[in-house]
Ligand binder design. Structure first.
Ligand SMILES: [Zn+2]
Length: 558
């Protein structure tokens, strides 16, 4: 483990671990690859954008709606569009997705095997960025007890610090803690995320700093979030002309509403829908991220000097809207239409502030989304919903009826079953056999795998489609003992709204767009892996290729 020898920063008030490579080298020959002349052009700032739950096909589906000249259109029409970028592991969730994009490695290496997983040695669930040794900076809630300490390899942010020293600035921003923290890595200056509920503040943790910066405090006290919540979420006029049905049976309305229909009166809805957390579920949440990012760029002076800086922005509102209203909803169309304007305004701001020739942008997503189960059942006559709590209960009862201990099953999460380590070898064989038999009898299970095959290898007779993906997503200390995979359109989720996690194309296939002012429009249609994103971006920037990157650069040799 690369960070096993890391130590704490003694010259700083923070508890941030500075890896051995954190004894940084001055900007020099080893920062960049040796083969080409290095030009500071495009290097002042790298912006890594994640649009949470954005499927690749949304670029095509919403193409005529992305009308801002500097929004998605700039990336797709003036940049490089890798049209076949897919995740190669299972399961496809937010934590693993962000870790994979920004470490260039799969979960088997970076260790973020889910948003949560079961830790057998601790006997409890672990959240991917939880850290109870840290405390909140910026509010009086516990939402800041977070750090990247579960991550096992460096992120892009860490390599900026290694290559260019502490004067390289590295920040991450998101409404979600995990989406801010994982891209920023161990040695980033700070990750900021949204503390909703009654707080309504961007916060960080003691891992990064001992007190919140003055400008963050000013932003939090500025009333900006309240102003966003005073504006209603109305359907964009252009979309009202499309004559799409607003009221679908497979949406999940906000509390206090009978149907999921425009307009949404946020000032009323906030009272019974999580107060400031409501901003996560509406397009205004994306405006909040953009506004905070601009303040950060100005106050931390990103992209001004000749030392490259890195900023990760993860837009989460798209994910919450997808989860609540689903892939088929008008609300989803509207949140993307409005995000296009947010991105367009943000890139215009960067042109003016940093200079159009001085920065590079890449955009991807942490996973896609399946159609709502209700939609699939009605329109495709297949699929359905599975309640994992019921499944776990039924499994325990099944084992008991077979004369085996119910307690043999410690946990069921992420379509994986964790067994009690205390059961004996002979009984383990029997328990596994019965669990697999139980799972295979379920009408919604496509395939099962015993995790031992990830070390012993799979039989020649294997004809499933999940072995390689599950192996790439498997960490022996964090993953389960038995995997099961749902048939397409079956979800561990309600009938309304969309979810993700599967190895089906709608969850795997994501955008990868790359832009700076020197790149020419190009569509690259050869299949690439999400672990190739970080190496490709580094190739474009002429940075050397770290050995923790599993992928390869997919940018065509000039
Ligand atoms: Zn996500």
């Amino acid at each position: 483990m690369l960070y096993a020898n890391s130590f704490f920063c003694i010259s700083s008030h923070c508890k941030k671990r500075i890896g051995l490579f954190g004894l940084f080298l001055f900007l020099g020959a080893c920062s960049f690859s040796e083969k080409t002349h290095v030009d500071i052009k495009h290097h002042k700032l790298l912006i890594g954008i994640t649009v949470d739950q954005m499927r690749f096909d949304y670029l095509q589906r919403f193409d005529t709606l992305f009308i801002h000249p500097n929004g998605f259109k700039r990336l797709t029409q003036q940049g490089v569009n890798f049209t076949q970028t897919k995740y190669s592991y299972f399961p496809t969730y937010t934590g693993p997705g962000h870790a994979t994009i920004f470490t260039g490695a799969n979960p088997k290496h970076h260790g973020i095997v889910g948003n949560d997983w079961y830790d057998k040695s601790l006997g409890k669930y672990v959240y991917c960025v939880s850290d109870t040794t840290e405390n909140t900076i910026g509010s009086n809630s516990g939402a800041g007890q977070m750090s990247p300490h579960h991550l096992l390899v460096p992120s892009i942010g860490d390599y900026f610090k290694e290559f260019f020293g502490q004067t390289a600035k590295v920040y991450g921003i998101s409404l979600k803690d995990r989406s801010a923290i994982l891209p920023t890595g161990f040695n980033g200056d700070a990750a900021f995320w949204w503390d909703g509920g009654k707080q309504g503040k961007f916060i960080t943790s003691t891992y990064y700093m001992s007190q919140i910066g003055e400008w963050v405090d000013q932003f939090n006290e500025s009333g900006y979030a309240d102003r966003l919540l005073e504006s209603d979420w109305t359907l964009s006029p252009l979309l009202s002309k499309l004559d799409l049905d607003d009221d679908l049976p497979w949406e999940r309305p906000f509390k206090g509403m009978k149907a999921a229909v425009f307009p949404y009166e946020l000032s009323k809805l906030r009272l019974i829908n999580g107060d400031y957390s409501l901003l996560k579920q509406v397009p205004q949440g994306n405006e909040l991220i953009s506004a905070f990012a601009k303040k950060l760029i100005e106050n931390e002076q990103l992209g001004l000097d000749t030392i490259p800086d890195f900023l990760s922005l993860s837009f989460s509102a798209t994910d919450y809207v997808g989860h609540r209203f689903g892939t088929e909803s008008l609300e989803l169309v509207d949140v993307y239409f409005k995000l296009d304007k947010v991105l367009g305004d943000f890139f215009s701001y960067l042109d003016q502030k940093i200079g159009r020739d001085n920065y590079t942008v890449f955009l991807s997503s942490d996973h896609g989304a399946a159609p709502p189960a209700g939609f699939a059942m009605v329109n495709l006559a297949r699929g359905g919903t599975v309640n994992p709590l019921d499944l776990e209960l039924e499994l325990r009862n099944y084992l008991q009826n077979k004369g085996l201990p119910q307690t043999a099953v410690r946990s069921l999460i992420n379509q994986q079953i964790y067994l009690d380590t205390a059961i004996s070898g002979h009984q383990t064989v029997e328990v596994k056999k019965e669990i697999i038999s139980f799972l295979k009898a379920q009408p919604f299970v496509e395939e099962t795998l015993d995790a031992v095959v990830f070390s012993t290898g799979i039989s020649a007779a294997y004809n499933g489609r999940h072995f390689n993906a599950a192996k790439a997503g498997y960490h022996p200390k964090r993953s389960g003992d038995i995997f099961y995979f749902l048939k397409p359109n079956w979800v561990e989720y309600p009938e309304g709204g969309s979810t993700h996690g599967s190895f089906d194309d709608w969850d795997r296939h994501v955008p990868f767009l790359l832009w700076n002012s020197s790149l020419n429009r190009k569509h690259i249609n050869t299949p690439i892996d999400v672990v190739d994103i970080a190496p490709t971006v580094f190739e474009i920037l002429d940075f050397k290729h770290p050995n923790t990157f599993s992928g390869i650069s997919r940018y065509p040799v000039k």
